[in-house]
Design a protein around this ligand. Structure first.
Ligand code: FAD
Length: 394
């Protein structure tokens, strides 16, 4: 039997899972090594709901075992490595990995290193946020945490948000509006203020959608300050409050400051020659990585880490199909080439404001509140988690 072609996939979230599952289904000639610092897939899309209303969604609806999702494949076809890639070495065509301690944290053995060779490499290391890293405001796991226990991080965030009565949200984008809508419905007295740098909420959405978001929040007694930025936010340990200074000169004292802005590329291990000025990976239309502007035939990138500006889950399935088709085409020498066009994907925004309503648009079509509830608000898309886990979402 011919030697299997080795494909290493870096990152086991929506994008890395999509491409791994599709490759396994589409060719029997590849061996996939999927590397991710956690062995759980985190359906972070529902974070605004379960961080604020823990009882509304149990962890089984947003955390899934990655190894279990590949249990049908033998070890010579698929290996999961719980670790963090620290370097790509093209001289030896291998990646260096710091291996994680076991997930229960029962071992005191320090993390060890290993390396894995590849014929093809897929970079799906995504992005993180200042709030996820605890760099701004209350620490909230909006994206997967690295080696830390995601369940613990979620639980701590839920406790903090539950206890907070005065809350200031920095950012009037979809995440800021969604969190505000959930907090306005949460148990206990809460005074919520949203601060938006732009003169409207939901920048980039159509004007009717922006107006509806504002009106829905006002109706829920949420204060919205537009054209204002957060200049500084400092945690005062002795009072357990945040002092938040705004560009208007006003200072707020709150129990929780929630930073919803900022997207940081997970690129520490990626050669600088792959990155644009903002740190995202340049790709061509076949999603091959551009190394100093030249397409690499052995390396692809997919998902948030690419230089495509709309970092959305809705972009992942088509990108996954493109990368899988191109790797299969190369392995089986079929000469097929699939291309990805971000423009061909319709612009959409679906923003629940609380459990039963919200706003949004699909292209130029405005979505009524009941449709937002139906598409997203009722369960924050958690029904899609198993599909993304199995690379079956379209
Ligand atoms: C709160 C929130 C809500 C959102 N809601 C929506 C929505 O409703 N609709 C929508 O379309 N989009 C939404 N998004 C955007 C969506 O989450 C991203 O587009 C999506 O997560 C991108 O998936 P990804 O797999 O490319 O990257 P990520 O989800 O960022 O995953 C990257 C993975 O790579 C791992 N990794 C990082 N570095 C390394 C390394 N060195 N070695 C190994 N593994 C590594 C990470 O741990 C992680 O598991 C939302 C984002 C947030 C923060």
């Amino acid at each position: 039997m011919a030697k299997l072609v080795s494909v290493v996939v870096i990152g086991g979230s929506h994008a890395g899972l999509a491409v791994s599952q599709k490759l396994l289904r589409q060719t029997a000639r590849a061996k996939i090594t999927l590397i991710n610092p956690s062995d759980e897939y985190y359906f972070n899309i529902a974070a605004p709901r379960f961080l604020v209303k823990p009882k509304s969604l149990p962890p089984s609806r947003y955390l899934y075992s990655i190894p279990d999702a590949f249990r049908d494949y033998p070890a010579d076809r698929f290996t999961f490595i719980k670790g963090l890639v620290t370097e790509i070495d093209y001289a030896t065509k291998s990646v260096s990995v710091t291996l994680a301690m076991n997930s229960a944290g029962a071992t005191t053995t320090p993390p060890t290193a290993a390396s894995f060779g590849f014929d093809y490499l897929v970079i799906a290391s995504g992005s993180t946020t200042p709030a996820t890293l605890g760099q701004a405001g209350v620490r909230l796991p909006f994206k997967p945490t690295a080696f830390e226990d995601t369940r613990k991080a979620i639980h701590e965030a839920q406790e903090k948000l539950s206890a907070a009565q005065r809350i200031l949200i920095g950012g009037g984008g979809p995440l800021g509006v969604e969190i505000a809508g959930e907090l306005a419905e949460a148990a206990g007295p809460k005074k919520v203020t949203v601060v938006s740098r732009t003169s409207v909420l939901l920048e980039g959405a159509t004007a009717p959608v922006q107006r509806t978001a504002l009106s829905l929040l006002h109706r829920r007694n949420v204060d919205v300050l537009t054209g204002v930025t957060v200049v500084d936010a400092v945690y005062e340990a002795h009072t357990q409050t945040w002092t938040v200074k705004l560009s208007t000169g006003r200072t707020y004292t709150v129990d929780a400051y929630i930073a919803t802005t900022g997207t940081i590329p997970n690129n520490a291990f990626i050669p600088k020659s792959f990155l644009n000025a903002q740190g995202w990976v340049n790709v061509d239309k076949e999603l091959r990585v551009l190394d100093n502007g030249v397409s690499r035939s052995d390396t692809y990138a997919i998902g948030d880490i690419t230089s495509y500006p709309y970092r959305l889950l809705s972009r992942v399935p088509l990108q996954g199909e493109t990368v899988a088709a191109n790797i299969v085409g190369a392995i089986e020498q079929k000469g097929q080439v699939a291309t990805y066009s971000a423009k061909a994907q319709k612009k959409m925004m679906v923003v629940p404001v609380g459990q039963s309503t919200g706003t949004g648009h699909l292209g130029d079509w405005t979505l009524f509140g009941c449709l937002v509830w139906f598409f997203k608000g009722k369960d924050f898309l958690t029904y899609k988690g198993p599909k993304f886990l199995l690379g079956q979402s379209s």
